[in-house]
Design a binder for this molecule. Structure first.
Ligand code: C2E
Ligand code: CA
Ligand code: CA
Ligand code: CA
Length: 279
């Protein structure tokens, strides 16, 4: 019977998914203790000068049994178990220390910025403001160096507490950036009302701009809206010179993607920066 086989197949699938979940959850708990997390840093480049102006911190998990686990496989589990709060604090501390280290050798008027991804859970279940302040003080990271990437869904929470936390971050000098811009459900005209300074255009919008005219027109429209709202723009997932050129022509200022550099270890980024400045 076709239907029954189908059902059995389905429930077996679910069963293995569920046990993978449980296994991952237990391993993540150990991962923090065993120092299995690591940050990689992907450069962000000024499209006019071609210079590296900052980096985004991206989490990697190196587990003896599982090998290297990418965030798309474990962040959801970490969010559902609440462990993301602790992991997120570790990420912030590590990323802030890294940018302090990078900026030690740079002229004061040319500091790099460091972008850190925040899960909505970090806003909802934790005194995020206090822990950011603590971490800045502990590491010596200036608020101006830090960019916090949030998603549109956080703004949909429509919570006064979240907005007030974001406003305080902005007053401190921290940049609030909307990740995966235009992939969520928020009305763009709404954005002007939030304390946001930057948007990151999702990779899905960048992908076909060199091949498809309608895709180029779409991204041009997004760039215009960002300009109208006086938001700084970062284009994600830039993989070719053509894409970079088109984005520059359309008025996008900062880009990030494999064309400029893949996520890399801190010491590798340091080497590239040293070469850039002929040290
Ligand atoms: P994201 O914040 O949108 O990060 C960009 C993702 O695109 C990264 O994947 C990056 O490696 C990848 N990428 C960058 N340039 C290119 C490109 O030119 N082509 C292609 N095909 N991909 C590119 P990654 O590192 O696997 O991270 C996936 C997602 O996991 C991130 O998406 C972010 O949402 C989440 N994530 C990563 N680190 C953290 C973290 O520390 N905390 C939280 N809460 N989430 C994180
Ligand atoms: Ca991001
Ligand atoms: Ca993104
Ligand atoms: Ca993404």
């Amino acid at each position: 019977n076709y239907g029954r086989n189908n059902y059995q197949f389905y429930s077996r699938e679910l069963g293995s998914k569920a046990s993978e979940y449980i296994m991952l959850g237990a391993s993540i708990r150990q991962a923090l203790k065993n120092a299995e997390f690591e940050l990689f840093y992907q450069p962000q480049v000024d499209l006019m000068s071609g210079e590296i102006v900052g980096a985004e911190a991206l989490l990697r998990w190196r587990n003896p049994q599982l090998g290297v686990v990418m965030p798309d496989r474990f962040i959801k589990v970490a969010e559902e178990s609440g462990l993301i709060v602790e992991i997120g604090e570790w990420v912030l501390r590590e990323a802030c220390s890294a940018v302090v280290c990078l900026n030690r050798y740079r002229p004061d008027d040319h500091p790099l910025s460091m972008a850190v991804n925040l899960s909505s859970r970090q806003f909802l279940y934790n005194d995020l403001l206090a822990s950011v302040k603590d971490i800045l003080a502990e590491t010596g990271c200036k608020p101006e160096w830090l960019k916090l990437e949030i998603t549109e869904s956080l703004l949909l929470e429509d919570s006064q507490e979240i907005i007030s936390t974001l406003s305080t971050f902005k007053e401190m000098g921290i940049t609030i950036s909307i990740d995966d811009f235009c992939t969520g459900y928020s009305a763009m005209s709404y954005l002007g009302q939030f304390p946001i300074s930057q948007v990151k255009i999702d990779r899905s919008f960048v992908r076909d701009i060199a091949a498809k005219q309608d895709k180029l027109e779409l991204i041009t429209a997004i760039i215009r809206i960002a300009h109208a709202l006086r938001l700084e723009l970062v284009a994600e997932g830039v993989e070719s010179k053509q894409q970079a050129n088109l984005l520059k022509i359309q008025g996008c200022t900062i880009a990030q993607g494999y064309f400029f550099g893949k996520p890399m270890r801190l010491r590798h980024l340091k080497l590239i920066l040293a070469e850039e400045h002929d040290l």
